[in-house]
Design a protein around this ligand. Sequence first.
Ligand SMILES: Nc1ncnc2c1ncn2[C@@H]1O[C@H](COP(=O)(O)OP(=O)(O)O)[C@@H](O)[C@H]1O
Ligand code: SF4
Ligand SMILES: [Mg+2]
Length: 328
Amino acid sequence: MGEPLLSIDNLHVKFARSEDEVYAVNGVSFSINENETLGIVGESGSGKSVTLMSSIGLLKENGTITAGTANFQGRDLLKMHRKQLEDIRGRDIGVIFQDPMTSLNPVMRIGDQIMEAMLTHHYAGRREAYDRTLQLMHEIGIPDPKTRFRSYPHEFSGGMRQRIMIAIALACEPQLLIADEPTTALDVTVQMQILALLQDLRRQRGMSVVMVTHDFGVATNFCDKIIVMYGGRIMEVAETDHFIRETAHPYSIGLKRSIIEIGHKGKEILPIPGATAAITEEPAGCPFAPRCTYASARCLQEVPELRPFGTDHQIACHHAEEVVSLVR
Ligand SMILES: Nc1ncnc2c1ncn2[C@@H]1O[C@H](COP(=O)(O)OP(=O)(O)O)[C@@H](O)[C@H]1O
Ligand code: SF4
Ligand SMILES: [Mg+2]
């Protein structure tokens, strides 16, 4: 396999607040290859969105990248000027968010919004952009594209609007799609349809996708490889099949258990006792220690580094070996 498409190394991100600062991302490293789907999963507040958004220049104003690199096709995104990044974002890297209503322009016809993505990035001239827009609308499952071209976002359902966002993100045929909770706002049936559509479009194009989700089921159904994040750190990494069979980190085990218990009834239960909290001091131990049944004195003092655990599996836990012998 050649060079990874995107490679993030030792990323650290902090936010300033009026009284303190938040250590949102604390040394995250991972890469994604061509034609790969990577799932970044973890409860809300784990640092998933900040990791990706800071890498593509969408960090909130009170945030600072204090260390790290993000190499995309041989260039460090973190060293680029705003203009260069804007050019890459939307052309080489497509992005979709949870709520299409905040990203779509309510007073612009949806066909024009898809076309605009191509015109802004000089991807196609007007005529070609128009034809491609109709083609994309067809591909994402909007019937009668010529007529619907002229409709406004409010004339579509939530699921259809998310399809339109996908069309915009794919307009310039990016090599990489970053999807941050793309189906979270949708009901389960529509969620499945959107994921199936994304999977088809991805396969046809050989595109890579980084999918950020708090939903363990969505990540494991959609992705080839899983990264579990907590407290702004990576807790576990493995290929999905392997990960499901050999889950070894106490936090991932908790996430997995909650899915099995929720099943498909859609009942919300608290997955793991305790809650995520913003980290406001330089991390000294394992971020999961306050909620972990296996925590020892060492866990409070020493940050567990991500280390190999068997083949093609990495874990950040001092006691993974013992944990595994207890749960299996
Ligand atoms: N603009 C901000 N100012 C202060 N803290 C922030 C800001 N954005 C995110 N955070 C904090 O950073 C941490 C990681 O957030 P985020 O990456 O959004 O989590 P996730 O996407 O995993 O739900 C959380 O503690 C969150 O409260
Ligand atoms: S390092 Fe310690 S606290 Fe952290 S997950 Fe492992 S056992 Fe639990
Ligand atoms: Mg998020």
